[in-house]
Design a protein around this ligand. Sequence first.
Ligand code: ADP
Length: 238
Amino acid sequence: MAFLDIQHLEKTFGSLRVVKDFNLGIEKGEFVSFLGPSGCGKTTVLRMVAGFETQTSGTIRIDGRDVTDLPANRRKIGMVFQAYALFPNLTVADNIGFGLKVAGEGKAQIARRVSEMLELIGLPQLGERYPFQLSGGQQQRVALARALAPRPQVLLLDEPLSALDAKIRISLREEIRRIQQELGITTIFVTHDQEEALSISDRIVVMHQGIADQVGTPFEIYNRPATRFVAEFVGTLN
Ligand code: ADP
């Protein structure tokens, strides 16, 4: 069984089926993107994996453990959102250490992990700043450090770059990939940007109206699109 194993996942809001029989296995350390237009169900799948949204049916397993009915805080998942969701009244260091504090870790252990995380994101000097004193890109680095500090098994990134301008978006996506590989952490990255998905993923899931239309490497998705929708969406057919 894959490290992250999703079977027959479904989500219905009222009469709207927004996720339909979604199946996916992700190997340990793999970086997988969910790619598709706005409204196709990417975030809903991600939120069900995180435990923020209850599935209508289906199962989710992480490292062989059935987490389908576990609350979010027991799933060993770290998440980064589109807009910087940092606590504005806490310093960078306290933001990064927040999850560890809630988990009851000791002060010395928290301080050590926070400084490790600040090194990892390349901002060793900024621990005492407040979020408003940072650029957008720096804030997203801190959000990443905060998600990684409790050493989650899976990292979920929900359009973490979309609020940033183009130049920073490219440098930060390379940074995210470097950190992800350094830690070997299993990652799902949600994006509606074809070029972004093609350039950083091990594999891509192209989604369309709640369905995984195609799962493949960037090469496969680009060169051998399985459906007309995939061909049109990744731009090989215009
Ligand atoms: P994406 O992330 O691909 O943009 P979403 O997963 O956010 O798509 O949304 C998929 C569909 O589900 C959309 O039609 C959206 O309007 C709908 N949806 C998402 N959340 C809710 C909700 N809480 N209540 C009703 N409909 C929702």
